[in-house]
Design a protein around this ligand. Structure first.
Ligand SMILES: O=C(O)CCC(=O)C(=O)O
Ligand SMILES: [Fe+2]
Length: 266
């Protein structure tokens, strides 16, 4: 008899989680990898003799298990549709002890939009406490196309979030989200595997665990304060943009006239 390993069904996101992604521009997945898995990846990386560039998947084949995990696949299907693809560009980011922090930036070129075509999926094979040089993200900035030279002059931003994560976390971010590597004050390097995933076709219906009551659930994300803690006017200036993204990803190819969110969400 031939034994086959059953492929586990993907764990799709909820309306609340997709709403959170739309408003903040990122979502954290904490897959339940088998005991010892993250440690094994960590060891594989430490044993690499040279940086493999895009060859990291062949150099550390265990990484297939990260991106095939039902929780990771489910999140990617939810945000990019069932036919999403892994992009050939991927990179092992080492943040060595004593590093300088990186400037705020957006990856890719300055062709930005309010849709979800590409995400970064950053996997951390070990715990990343604050002193170990976490990736820092600025919630809500995937809606802001900032000149790269201007971004470089920004330092700590009110409301920035350091991704202090536990081993095995996969941080999925909108491709346009502002982010940066922070300085590593610890004695050990910080590793992060950055993989990109691309949507192949525009959404025609929600590809997550969607309920008919979704609009009630996401209203708090569309109109809630994201990013700066405390009053700032940007949060309501983004309402229309968030709604535009939410409508697009649920399969409504529509442009929202200014102020129309009240008619749509009640
Ligand atoms: O290493 C990190 O935390 C982020 C690195 C990064 O964003 C980059 O090099 O583009
Ligand atoms: Fe980056």
């Amino acid at each position: 008899m031939i034994e086959t390993t059953a492929i586990q069904p993907p764990v799709l996101l909820t309306d609340d989680q997709v709403g959170g992604f739309v408003a903040r521009g990122y979502h954290l997945v904490e897959p339940d990898f088998p005991k010892g898995f993250n440690e094994a990846v960590f060891e594989d990386i430490r044993r690499l003799e040279r940086h493999p560039g895009n060859g990291i998947l062949d150099a550390v084949p265990r990484l297939y298990e990260v991106y095939d995990h039902p929780a990771v696949r489910g999140a990617l299907i939810s945000l990019l549709g069932e036919d999403y693809r892994m992009n050939p560009h991927r990179h092992l980011h080492e943040n060595p002890p004593g590093s300088q922090s990186q400037g705020w930036h957006q990856d890719g070129t300055n062709v930005r939009h309010h849709q979800v075509w590409t995400v970064l999926a950053m996997y951390y094979p070990h715990d990343v406490p604050a002193e170990n040089g976490p990736t820092v993200v600025m919630p809500g900035t995937h809606f802001r196309n900032a000149p790269t030279d201007r971004l470089q002059t920004y330092a700590n931003l009110k409301g920035q979030v350091a991704l202090t994560v536990k081993a095995g976390t996969v941080a999925i971010t909108h491709y346009d989200l502002w982010h940066a590597m922070s300085l590593n004050r610890a004695a050990t390097p910080r590793y992060m595997l950055k993989f990109l995933f691309d949507r192949q076709s525009p959404p025609v219906r929600p590809s997550w665990n969607h309920s008919p009551d979704a609009d009630k659930v996401v209203r708090k994300w569309i109109t809630g304060m994201v990013g700066s803690q405390g009053y700032c006017s940007d949060y309501y200036k983004e309402w229309e943009l968030r709604l535009e993204m939410w409508r697009w990803i649920t399969g409504h190819p529509t442009t929202i006239p200014p102020g129309a969110f009240k008619d749509i969400l009640g």
